[in-house]
Design a protein around this ligand. Structure first.
Ligand SMILES: Cc1cc2nc3c(=O)[nH]c(=O)nc-3n(C[C@H](O)[C@H](O)[C@H](O)COP(=O)(O)OP(=O)(O)OC[C@H]3O[C@@H](n4cnc5c(N)ncnc54)[C@H](O)[C@@H]3O)c2cc1C
Length: 416
């Protein structure tokens, strides 16, 4: 592909910024990123968050290796200020479904014999084992699992902002407040984008990195990629309380949820409950005859009651003194799920000049430093060489993935 041809990237979230960054570094000189949000980091970006887990245990060694590449890149000058190797305590409670326990065992297997994790894994069999690695946890914790010391978290919003600045420094034109409305086609070739503001942008290649909103611009994606949301909330700690929790590992009880060391700047403790997530199936305006697509609603500033109950249970198990504290900054955070949990990095079938980079399935923030390199490879190859990342016609995001436990609920059926 001609490196001076106009490339449009739609969405300045995790995938969009990484894609722009890697293409620009490789010499592509005419890149524009359009982002719907007027502010950065975008409120709708799944990556705009206090923190995200960075870990390499996967049941599939393919992703373990990719995550290890990403973790090496998290230690590079651009990303290292935002990476904290605090460790990762992964457990299940006695009451956890067998599926969760099995999934944890497979995660452990993926790293226990891997040379990168030599002397980095501590088995957890009892409450005392947990207290040895996190002495501030005083709850009952009838949990089993392990501590992985070669893992941690990133300051997600800050890392996005650093990538944004790096993109600008490489000459990428990032336009905020510009919402892509429709793709422009000449026959089957995509030649650009119309935006809600009434502007048209021409392109020789358009890359859709719209996260959970992909279906609004490309209903053709159908249920291959489904917008799904999970709850997030914070607890405001005092400086003294936050200091007490400084250095705790990211703590994830698979059947309850996870939380992080408090944010150093704000003393906020972020906590997420487990679950199979929420959809929001709706008809896209102007496409009433099309099947419904799950898309994020306008209001995301709430969490369902059952998530609050689970958050409080997780706190009772670990930090009972916080279990009744007010939950603030409540929101549901949207990402893009696929049935097999594989990303989709591919050209849209039957069209030319348009690619989808998405289907993050809730596990792609850790790949921020490297994901754009895979997009660049695909652009240059003119096709996706890896079967697993191809567009999959007819796929439905309700398949069996071992770490997903429980039933997904549509928001329309929930009494909030
Ligand atoms: C609750 C939760 C917890 C998570 N925790 C982790 C974790 O611990 N570790 C991990 O690795 N991953 C985690 N993830 C997953 C991670 O956040 C996502 O994989 C990643 O952020 C997805 O990136 P994306 O670029 O596809 O989407 P986004 O980052 O959501 O970017 C999409 C962008 O497109 C923009 N946009 C939408 N519509 C338009 C339009 N029409 N025109 C222009 N712009 C538009 C949006 O504003 C947004 O900025 C989590 C996800 C969730 C939901």
């Amino acid at each position: 592909m001609d490196k001076s041809g106009p490339i449009l990237i739609l969405g300045a979230g995790t995938f969009g910024l990484s894609t722009g960054y890697h293409l620009a570094k490789a010499g592509y000189s005419n890149i524009t990123i359009l982002e719907k949000s007027h502010t950065f980091p975008p409120p709708l970006s799944a990556g705009n968050d206090l923190n995200k887990i960075i870990r390499a245990e996967y049941e599939d060694p393919f992703y373990t290796d990719l995550a290890l590449q990403a973790m090496a890149a998290w230690k590079s000058p651009l990303f290292s200020p935002y990476y904290h190797e605090s460790g990762y305590l992964l457990t299940t409670s006695d009451a956890a479904p067998e599926k969760s326990k099995h999934s944890l065992a497979k995660s452990l297997l993926s790293i226990s014999e891997h040379p990168a994790f030599k002397d980095k894994i501590i088995p957890i069999e009892t409450r005392e084992d947990i207290r040895k690695v996190a002495p501030v946890f005083t709850g009952p914790m009838h949990w089993r699992g392990y501590l992985n010391k070669f893992a941690g978290y990133s300051h997600a919003a800050d890392a996005l902002s650093a990538t944004y600045s790096a993109c600008c420094a490489l000459g990428i034109n990032i336009v905020l407040g510009e919402e892509a409305k429709s793709l422009i086609y000449n026959d089957t070739t995509c030649t650009g984008v119309n935006t809600v503001s009434g502007t048209s942008y021409a392109s020789s290649l358009t890359i859709l990195t719209l996260g959970a909103s992909l279906g609004t611009l490309l209903p053709q994606v159908g249920r291959q990629i489904t917008a799904k949301a999970w709850a997030v909330a914070h607890i405001q700690l005092t400086p003294t309380e936050a200091a007490k929790l400084k250095g705790i590992p990211v703590t994830y009880a698979r059947d309850l949820g996870f939380f992080f060391e408090p944010d150093h700047r704000t003393n906020l403790l972020k906590i997420c409950p487990s679950g199979a997530g929420y959809t929001n199936y709706t008809h896209i305006a102007g496409a009433e005859s099309e099947p419904q697509v799950s898309v994020p609603p306008d209001d995301n500033d709430f969490i369902p009651e059952r998530d609050e109950i689970m958050i409080r249970k997780l706190l009772q198990e670990t930090l009972p003194e916080l279990a009744d504290r007010p939950l603030i900054n409540r929101k549901i955070c949207w990402c893009a799920d696929t049935s097999d949990s594989e990303y989709v990095i591919d050209f849209v079938p039957g069209k030319k000049g348009v690619m989808v980079v998405g289907g993050d399935s809730g596990h792609a923030f850790k790949m921020l430093p490297v994901i754009g390199a895979w997009v660049k490879e695909t652009v240059e190859a003119g096709r996706q060489e890896k079967d697993r990342w191809r567009w999959k016609n007819g796929s439905d995001a309700s398949g069996e993935v071992s770490w997903r436990v429980g039933e997904t609920t549509d928001l329309n059926s929930l009494h909030l």
